[in-house]
Design a protein around this ligand. Structure first.
Ligand code: ZN
Length: 275
């Protein structure tokens, strides 16, 4: 697998250019850029600058993060989402970035939508997004989020949507932390049943040993520092023949306080044994 970095990991103290250069220096192959950080970058740079930068380096764009709350939108929230999505498509096309990560809707408390409602709504909204994305040549990668505040939580639930839609431009992001957050990885072997062609992105994250209900994204840890069975995740993916990016994607405030170079270097060292 290729070593990849997701900008969430140092987002409070870094920038698009800084992350790209530090990741290049520390041996990463791919990077997932954040849309909010890209907007900041584009205040003083152009997409052509970004494209030139990537052309001059080994590291390449992997995915843009993320289009969130894709379900149960109002007319207005959908219009805003599509605006951001079109921006992401333009960036993706300009820098030859293959994937945009799309994320189910988060609710205030435990989601009250049943699976059928989520399935039907997801099919409808993802179909619209795929139509918009098609001319830009960018693919969509659906990432289930384990916590029950989100409307789509498991690999199985997300894969049912992806399988039903049967579109070569639609696949899955498998985030080890989100799989753990859903059921402490009780259903990890389901990964064996997912068609390799439908696995677009792997987020290789570890986390603290906390009960479900307390465990949250701020408890993510460097690979190997926590209790997620990352060896098993990587083993299944390798057996399937997955050779694309494994991204460290950590939303840990403690990491945000540190020098991005320290974290990026550490991420490369911690992730490498699992590639
Ligand atoms: Zn993720």
């Amino acid at each position: 697998m290729k070593l990849s970095y997701n900008q969430a990991t140092c987002m409070q103290r870094s920038s698009v250019k800084n992350d790209i250069l530090l990741c290049e220096k520390h041996g990463y192959d791919l990077i997932e850029l954040r849309l909010d950080m890209l907007k900041e970058y584009l205040q003083t740079n152009t997409l052509q600058d970004l494209s030139k930068l990537f052309n001059s380096l080994h590291i390449k764009p992997f995915a843009l993060n993320s289009i969130e709350n894709i379900n149960f939108n109002t007319k207005q929230s959908w219009a805003e989402l599509v605006d951001l999505f079109k921006f992401a498509c333009e960036v993706a096309q300009a820098i030859q970035n293959p994937y945009i990560v799309i994320v189910p809707t988060v609710t205030e408390e435990r989601s009250k939508y049943n699976e059928k409602e989520v399935f039907d709504d997801s099919v409808e909204s993802i179909s619209s997004l795929l139509e918009i994305a098609r001319p830009y040549g960018v693919k969509l990668s659906l990432e289930p989020i384990g916590d029950r505040r989100w409307v789509c939580n498991s690999m199985r639930q997300a894969y049912e949507i992806v399988q039903h839609m049967d579109d070569e431009d639609l696949g899955l992001t498998i985030d080890a932390f989100n799989v753990y957050l859903a059921d402490k990885c009780a259903d990890i072997e389901f990964l064996n049943e997912i068609d390799l062609k439908k696995i677009f992105i792997y987020h290789i994250d570890d986390c603290e040993d906390l009960p479900l209900g307390i465990l949250d994204h701020c408890h993510r840890l460097m690979p190997g520092d926590g209790i997620i069975p990352l060896t098993r995740f990587s083993q299944i993916l390798k057996e399937k023949g997955y050779t694309d990016g494994a991204s460290i994607e950590l939303f840990r405030p403690e990491y945000w306080e540190q020098d991005p170079e320290v974290i990026i270097k550490m991420g490369a060292e911690k992730a490498k044994p699992y590639l």
